[in-house]
Ligand binder design. Sequence first.
Ligand SMILES: *Cc1c(COP(=O)(O)O)cnc(C)c1O
Length: 372
Amino acid sequence: MTRFEFLRPDLAALQAYAPQPGGHATAAIDRLDANENPYDLPAELKEKLAWHYQQVVAANRYPDGSHAPLRAAIARYVSATGLEPAIAPEQISVGNGSDELIRSLLLATCLNGRGAILVAAPTFSMYAILARTLGIPVRTVGRVEADWQIDLAAASQAIARSEPPVRAVFVVHPNSPTANALNAAEVDWLRSLPAEVLVVIDEAYYEFSGATLVGELAQRPNWLVTRTFSKAFRLAAHRVGYAIGDPDLIATLEKLRLPYNLPAMSQAAALLALEQRESLLAVVPELLAERDRLATALQDLPGLRLWPSQSNFLYARLPGAEAATYQQAMSDLKAQGTLIRATGGGLRISVGTPAENQRTVARLTAWLAARG
Ligand SMILES: *Cc1c(COP(=O)(O)O)cnc(C)c1O
């Protein structure tokens, strides 16, 4: 119920997204709940950005609303793996985080009762959250617990039956929170979807997984890939995401976004990150080695089931546990100084620095032992 007659009644049932339960954590806590890169931007790069702010940015002027230099730099980066044909700047749209792009895609496909979206749970919660704020129905299918493959038969059936029709399917490659990349059967299923269905492939963790479907975009105009600077590139504070797709689809996203959606310093930070990407991404192999060490240490803990990860986070379940137990684990670990995420019926643990990971192992081991 709401006091205000002018508000849509369906919004009263929704809750505001609370990324950090209990508010912003103190400095002393290990923040392993949001899959960010644990390493801040190096001091020299922060100094370069500070110099840019002082010498180049006119604070009284609107930022570049075309994002032209950034779109060109992203197109070069995406094509740098030797893509043929190369991705053009007209195939890139830049958003205030991938979240903005997800919302634009929902506006473009499903508004006014025109369509529903399909997701396979557990997955990134933002698709369903944003859809609900727009009154868009969400069809949810499951996954097979053994390897988290999407229940493809259920997904096909949901598409066949949905009214309004499913206009967009959202998949993450590799998925969050379960950390598995799309397998051959899943990719084949995506290929089998009709051209009237938009396929959104969220590659937020591309720099960690090395897995991408960008090479297929040329043959599949109904596919669109999103990526972000919030994870491997260490720029979560700046909110920069981008979409890669057919020029006509991208032109539609450009119509829907707010005119000055990306602050000048965020554009500058993303450009600098691409220019310095070799040094910035040099920590990726180290983080993957840390992930493997963390997985080895957690693997045999009694009462914990861990799945293989193709990204910078691990997903675990406590066999037989209920949702409240995961919340309890999260708050007990937080009280000891390690913030992880209870989500999707399990625990998602980001890979941190070696010291953070050692504390994660010690605290989780003690927690499981106390649980008995
Ligand atoms: C972290 C994450 C993103 C990044 O979102 P931004 O809005 O760009 O910060 C996108 N998709 C998934 C699946 C993620 O986990």
